[in-house]
Design a protein around this ligand. Sequence first.
Ligand code: S3P
Length: 175
Amino acid sequence: MSGLHIALIGPRGSGKSSTAVQLAGETGLPLSETDTMIEEREGQSVSGIFESMGEQRFREIESEVLEAVLSMPRRIISTGGGIVMNPGNRKLLSERTFSVYLRANPLALFRRIASDPASGKSRPPLTGLDPFQEMEVIAKMRDPLYRECAKLLLDTTRMKPPEVCRRILQELGER
Ligand code: S3P
């Protein structure tokens, strides 16, 4: 198994958080979520940070938190969906993690987000579009950015976190 951190990247609703919990349980590695680290550091929710400081400041803090988490002992890292927008973050993820891109079709993403009670706190709107359109546009726009960083791509549209976790560990075992 590689000694790199295992990072989960992909759009909102792709299953990063639940897969990360599963992976941490299976591997015994500690788990860090960049959004949670940001919230703890700033003492407010992601939505609160977007409102009070704006998305650009959120992105700066996100990059600082990514650097910080990468310098910790090897772990499972669940990232925010927009982390790949920054080229420096993409470089770090490519070089210092085994990044797994979790993708899913936009309808599945939309349904999962709509049914997640934590969405209001952690998922401020990113465009002026309606939520489904936003999901479609953002997932398409970021797809090449996730691919640029990923060492493994898994389509989670019809896969539950335990299966996603099993596939990741299988892949790592083969390396
Ligand atoms: C964002 C995704 C969120 C969070 C913030 C911005 C994005 O994380 O970082 O709301 O730009 O897609 P999740 O992917 O965990 O929802």
